[in-house]
Every structure is written in C-alpha cells, then in structure tokens.
Design a protein around this ligand. Sequence first.
Ligand code: GDP
Ligand code: MG
Length: 295
Amino acid sequence: MTTYCGYIALVGRPNVGKSTLLNHILKQKLSITSRKPQTTRHSILGIQTEQAHQFIFVDTPGIHQGHKKTLNKMMNKTALNVLRDVDVIVFLVDGHHWTDEDDYVLKLIKRTETPCILAINKIDKLQSKDKVLPIISKLNELHDFNAIIPISAQNGSGVQSLLSEVKQQLPESPHYYGEDQFTDRPTKFLCAEMVREKIFRLSGQELPYSTTVDIESFKEEENLFEIHALILVDKPNHKRMIIGDKGVKLKEISTSARKDMEKLLGKKVFLRCWCKVKSGWLDDERLLKHLGYDN
Ligand code: GDP
Ligand code: MG
C-alpha cells in the first residue's frame, strides 16, 4: 500500500476555534495514552491516521503580535520556521470578523511558500447558507489559497471536506507514528496544559502567556497518580484572581483539571495546585526553556 504522511500547521488568532477543531478531529482517540518515544521536528499537537494517510498536526506556539517580551520573540521566530517547514497550513478564521490579528497571521503565511487552505469556521452561526458566499469571495482576494472550506468545528460540518483537501497535500511517505498514537507530547505536559486550560476558562479573563504551569511532581502509585502543579503568574493581582475568594477559584480550577487528567490517565488522580508570583518570568529565557517553550 502506498502511504502518505505529512505535517499540518493549524493557525489562527486566539478564539477562532483551533482547539475545538483539533479535538473534533482527534476525539475518538483522546483517551488513549500509549506513546512511543520519537524524535520530532516540531512540537506536535495531534496525530490522526486514516488508512493510508497520516496527518500530523503541529503546534505553532502563539502567533502573537507585539515583540517586546522574550517569549513573544521566541514564539514568532518559531512560528515562522514551523510554517515554512510543514507540508500544508490550515488557516482558521471566523467568518464574522476579520481582525488585525488575522492580518498578522496572514502576513506570516505570505512569507512562506507553503500551500495554505483557508477554513472559515463557525458557519453554524450564519443565519443562512447564502451568507457564506460573499465571505468566501472576499477572503479569496487575500491570498492564493489552495482551497477555501466553510466549516463548523463545533458540529463537525465541513470538517471531512477540509481533511480531504489536506489529504491531497500529504506527501508519499512512510508513517512516522503508530496507528493508535494520538500525540507525541509527554503525559506530564498534557496535564500542565489541562490546568492552563482551566485557568483560561475559569478566570473569566484571558491572561495569555502571563500564566504558566509547571508540573513539579508526577508520581504513579498503584491506584492513583499524585500530581503537583505549580501555577506561575507575573503579578500579585493575577495570583489573587487565580486563587479567588477563600480559594474557591483555585479549587474549581483543580477539580476540573483533575477530572480531565483522570480521563486521560484512566486512574484516580490526586492533584495539588498552588500559585506563585514570579515577576518577569516572561523574560526569563532559562525558565522558558525549562517549561518547554523553546523548539
Ligand atoms: P482557539 O483559541 O482557536 O483554540 O479557539 P477555541 O477552540 O478555544 O474556541 C473558542 C470559542 O469558540 C469556544 O468557546 C468554542 O466553543 C467556540 N467555537 C469553536 N468552534 C466553533 C464553531 O464551529 N461554532 C461555534 N458557534 N462556536 C465555536
Ligand atoms: Mg486553543
């Protein structure tokens, strides 16, 4: 059997639905935890194998505007390198609004020669299907896209068409990962991300990159995992926001993260979370490397 395998960068500004789309694509595999160690070219987010075709979705850590902080600088350099190196880019936008941040991502894409598929997400929010045509023709002017596909990451419509467009760009190649492998990231990293996700969701405010999570201890006992997560913030008022009144917020964050971890690990989890202020961590290159932000 001829096999195909390639790297796909899923890019777009915050909130366009990247995580929702990826979860939709990988959903049936989210509970599998087996992983084989592999050497990788990129930081990999998700792997999906459909018979002859293996899709490897790679992370382009925060394509962000602003160049002041070391973290942003590192990330933008990484982002451009990733975009140049993958086989295909999926550029996710929200059909309703085009913002400066979308423009910024498009500029990065234009600095590459990589084939790019535009996915217009959240079409379930459009009142009628006719409304999508003018959006498509407008966005078509912006770049020489290989395809433009309207989708809803939430209900899955259009996602198969998107994947078949992506498929056509995957080069002939052996598969790099096992059929049932869905990520190459260490479990510890996924657990840290789970805590981070809850902070984003539950703190009611976006604190992108001013909060990070370090799993300080990760022990597997017979019946449970004991996990200690340290939440690092940049400012004392952020710490107050995360801890909340009488610690209620932090409790909520850790309960919700613990449930996700139990699903992932298939065992009971004892999770301890605490929060510490470390001013200037955004500029601390050594700490960032320790936390896995370098590529
Ligand atoms: P990301 O920041 O790009 O990863 O975006 P998320 O996947 O976290 O999604 C941001 C918000 O948009 C969440 O509240 C999602 O539930 C919502 N969302 C994502 N995809 C869709 C969609 O297709 N339709 C609708 N109505 N909402 C969506
Ligand atoms: Mg996301």
